[in-house]
Ligand binder design. Structure first.
Ligand code: 8IG
Length: 279
């Protein structure tokens, strides 16, 4: 199992070559030679794959080079090929996100992005569940990511790889999403390392530096996705108000509950967006 002795952990392996191998395995196991749009389904977004269209094939993450089986409740651990409505295009649904806090290194965190690009994808939708700083965003609110602040002190890029991150989160795709739901607000996503949630003081720091969403994913993936040439749409589901914004303490159970309650609505939204992206 690649899951146990991950090929990305050997520094002598080139992560882009591993991504090529992963893409070849995905093509072989799904019977789909070329994928068009990648989706990473975060907390609360797990049901969205069904809404997209017919699942052609589902491959356990542990069978694809470089991927790991997630230990997080609410993350599915598979790679799926899904027909996007009647467009004839295919989505690669990555239900096996590796988080930075798992401690396996950044290569594993962003492997899905490099694999998606190697599989033919030109666009990616990064979704997550996160905390919100705007008190008007009640749990269950979907927010478009317009920019991020990477607070992990890490980068997926190695060596002198200077990548421009201006307009990292595609204005075109945000407009497209707003054409479907004009009420979507935009936010600045701060990626903390986790796995602990923030202290109220850290949330105030995030606010002071311009953040409006706090989470544990997405920014590192977006950087790697840009480097790999993918056009990026980021969608956050605010499952809780960030620590100290409301008087309530945070719990993972409540996060999952908010995700479940929002599930059908955000799945339908995501399906509409992806259909439009594919058309
Ligand atoms: I769901 O409040 C979810 N993920 N860092 N903070 C951070 N990550 C989160 C939060 C949150 N809610």
């Amino acid at each position: 199992m690649t899951d146990i002795a991950n090929v990305l952990d050997d520094p002598s392996n080139d992560p882009f070559e591993v991504a090529q191998q992963a893409a070849a395995v995905i093509a072989e196991k799904t019977g789909v030679a070329h994928h068009d749009i990648a989706l990473v389904l975060g907390s609360g977004w797990g049901g969205a794959a069904e809404a997209l269209g017919e699942t052609v094939a589902e491959v356990p993450a542990g069978e694809v080079p470089g991927f790991s089986v997630s230990g997080v409740v609410g993350h599915s651990g598979t790679l799926r090929s899904v027909r996007i409505g009647e467009t004839g295009k295919h989505a690669l649904v990555i239900g096996a996100r590796t988080h930075y806090y798992e401690g396996h290194g950044v290569r594993r965190v962003v492997h899905g992005m490099r694999t998606a690009a190697a599989a033919g994808c030109t666009q990616v939708v990064l979704t997550n569940g996160c905390g919100g700083l705007n008190p008007a965003w009640s749990p269950g609110t979907t927010v478009l990511i317009k920019d991020h602040i990477n607070l992990t002190a890490a980068s997926p890029l190695e060596g002198a790889t200077f990548v421009d991150l201006t307009d990292l989160y595609s204005a075109r795709l945000r407009d497209l999403a707003r054409a479907i739901n004009a009420g979507l607000d935009e936010g600045v996503y701060c990626q903390f390392t986790g796995p602990h949630y923030e202290t109220p003081a850290e949330v105030q720091m995030a606010k002071a530096i311009g953040g409006t969403l706090v989470g544990m994913s997405t920014a590192l993936e977006a950087i790697a996705a840009r480097h790999a040439g993918l056009e990026i749409l980021g969608l956050s589901l605010v499952t809780n108000l960030a620590a100290g914004i409301s008087a309530e303490p945070l719990s993972h159970a409540e996060v999952l509950e908010a995700g479940q309650a929002a599930g059908p609505r955000i799945s339908a939204l995501l399906a509409e967006i992806v259909l439009k992206m594919a058309s």
